[in-house]
Design a protein around this ligand. Structure first.
Ligand SMILES: [Zn+2]
Length: 209
């Protein structure tokens, strides 16, 4: 009787281990998460969806934390070093966005032009995209010719009517990020994808303790 019990336990353990391995793809297991430590890195935390100061005027994230896939986080640290050399500071607006929060945003906005349809998932849901801007040494945001999450034509990287200063600042941000391995997105001057795109969408949610 006792022996059978042990056998069942062993079977359950083996079965669970085996089924867990078959459910999750190898890429997913291999790629870890990393949190950006804003204070120690002197990166400015402006996570827009952990506040109501965003285009939806709704708080989507319970708290402002920036998670990225480990190698994406490493690339961002490299971008931070390049930015420091140039005398500017990175200001982060968004990082990894849990898949279920994408649904929440889509329900509020209900417009695929502004929020990607949850079905496809964006690189933010994969932990491989960052929205950011730059600050000068006095803590002033650089003039980018338009605000983050402005969905008008001015957000296009090469928008017409941009001042010389705004064009220069957008170019500087793009240069920093591409040198660190990111790919710019012409439709939004603030959005950068990591070159690596094999990550799966995720609904991992961070603690707020
Ligand atoms: Zn983005």
């Amino acid at each position: 009787m006792k022996f059978n019990y042990v056998l069942i336990l062993f079977f359950l353990f083996f079965f669970n281990t085996f089924s867990a391995q078959t459910k999750v793809s190898p890429e997913y297991i291999a790629v870890e998460w990393s949190e950006i430590q804003f204070d120690s890195l002197a990166i400015v935390n402006r996570m827009a969806y952990a506040d109501t100061a965003n285009f939806m005027h709704e708080k989507i994230y319970p708290c402002a934390r920036c998670y990225l896939r480990q190698e994406v986080a490493e690339a961002l640290l490299e971008a931070n070093e390049i930015a420091k050399d140039k005398g500017v500071t990175l200001v982060i607006y968004d990082c990894y966005r849990p898949y279920s929060y994408q649904f929440k945003m889509y329900e509020i906005v209900n417009n695929p032009t502004y929020v990607a349809k949850p079905g496809k998932g964006s690189n933010h849901n994969r932990g491989a995209a960052i929205d950011l801007s730059l600050m000068d040494e006095n803590g002033q945001l650089l003039d980018m010719g338009g605000a983050f999450d402005d969905f008008s034509a001015i957000s296009n990287y090469a928008a017409e009517g941009l001042s010389k200063e705004a064009r220069k600042n957008r170019r500087l941000l793009r240069r920093i990020m591409t040198r660190a391995g990111f790919k710019p997105y012409d439709g939004e001057w603030w959005h950068f994808d990591y070159k690596q795109k094999r990550y799966e969408t995720s609904d991992f949610r961070w603690d707020c303790l």
